[in-house]
Design a protein around this ligand. Structure first.
Ligand code: SF4
Ligand code: SF4
Length: 295
């Protein structure tokens, strides 16, 4: 029986590196919850390379530009006093040949230079970083950020996306890989982190980094071990030492990779995969019950 208790449960699905099957788990979990009649929003925070749409086929209803205000210098008013250059901690401004040269791609839009300019020589102009897109994919709400090609600053796009998360139901956040600033922005304020990993020495190294980041943020977490029988026992032993529950172990199956390559959810055609995702669904529903009891 579907429940809608009005409780928002935000679950981030992340991995220390790309290629571990993170997106496959995120979209499969979101789809299975929606199939149960739950209110679910899938949020693709991997804004540099969003690919959840390949599996879920959303129809977009709303697009919003994400912009950062960058300085435009009026050379006629500028006296080359250098105050704006001094205040910019991102080195986005430089004094060159008696004038100020701006590097918009380094600008974080803090507005400091405009505030300190004694001549009123700086105005702010918008620079596009990316877009937020929202729509539906079957029973799912679908949201994603998409970074402009060639753009490096993905964190403001993720920040804008997260400000718009729904206030109820399950919210499944598909994190960028790694442990850098965009990942931390994604993981901030989530209720639980699901770490997708592989039982290899490389997988263990990246998992340790991801767990360290999650511990710093004070997150509760559990793990999914993909291709659990294709490596060694190091990851399993590490997770036990760290007290991190394994919610799901997925055996190596070439059919999963083939389904992924065709943009098909593995649960639709790989025997056993759907059962594994069902066990994940049971865990997150239990998590919601716990969340409800402490709010
Ligand atoms: S807005 Fe901030 S980051 Fe951008 S150039 Fe001015 S001081 Fe630097
Ligand atoms: S603070 Fe204003 S006047 Fe001074 S260098 Fe910068 S733009 Fe020119």
């Amino acid at each position: 029986m579907p429940q809608d208790l009005g409780v928002r449960v935000r679950i981030a699905v992340a991995s220390g590196k790309g290629g571990t099957g993170k997106t496959t788990i995120a979209v499969s979990l979101a789809s299975a919850l929606a199939d149960d009649g739950e209110r679910v929003t899938y949020v693709d925070c991997d804004v540099e390379e969003p690919n959840g749409h390949v599996f879920l086929g959303p129809t977009f209803e709303r697009t919003e530009n994400v912009e950062v205000p960058v300085p435009s210098i009026d050379a006629a008013r500028c006296t080359a006093c250098g105050r704006c250059v001094e205040v910019c901690e991102f080195h986005a401004l430089a004094l060159v040949d008696g004038g100020v040269l701006a590097f918009p791609e380094l600008c974080h839009g803090c507005g400091g230079c405009t505030l300190v300019c004694p001549e009123g020589a700086i105005t702010e102009v918008p620079r596009a970083l990316g877009v937020i897109e929202e729509g539906t994919a079957g029973r799912l709400r679908f949201m994603r950020g998409r970074l402009t090609v060639g753009e490096a600053m993905s964190t403001p796009v993720i920040r804008t996306l997260k400000k718009q998360l729904p206030t109820d139901g399950f919210v499944i956040l598909d994190s960028p890989p790694g442990t850098s600033c965009p990942v931390i922005e994604t993981l901030k304020d989530v209720d639980h982190l699901l770490l997708v990993t592989e039982p290899t020495p490389f997988g263990l190294n990246d998992l340790e980094l991801a767990v360290g980041t999650a511990r710093t943020l004070g997150l509760s977490m559990s793990a999914v071990i993909n291709r659990r029988d294709a490596g060694d026992t190091g990851v399993q032993e590490y997770l036990e030492r760290e007290g991190i529950d394994v919610w799901l172990g997925i055996p190596h199956d070439r059919a999963v990779a083939e389904a992924y390559a065709r943009g098909v959810l593995p649960a639709a055609e790989v025997p056993g995969y759907a059962e594994g995702i069902r066990s994940l669904v049971e865990e997150v529903v239990r998590l919601r019950t716990e969340e409800e009891s402490i709010r």
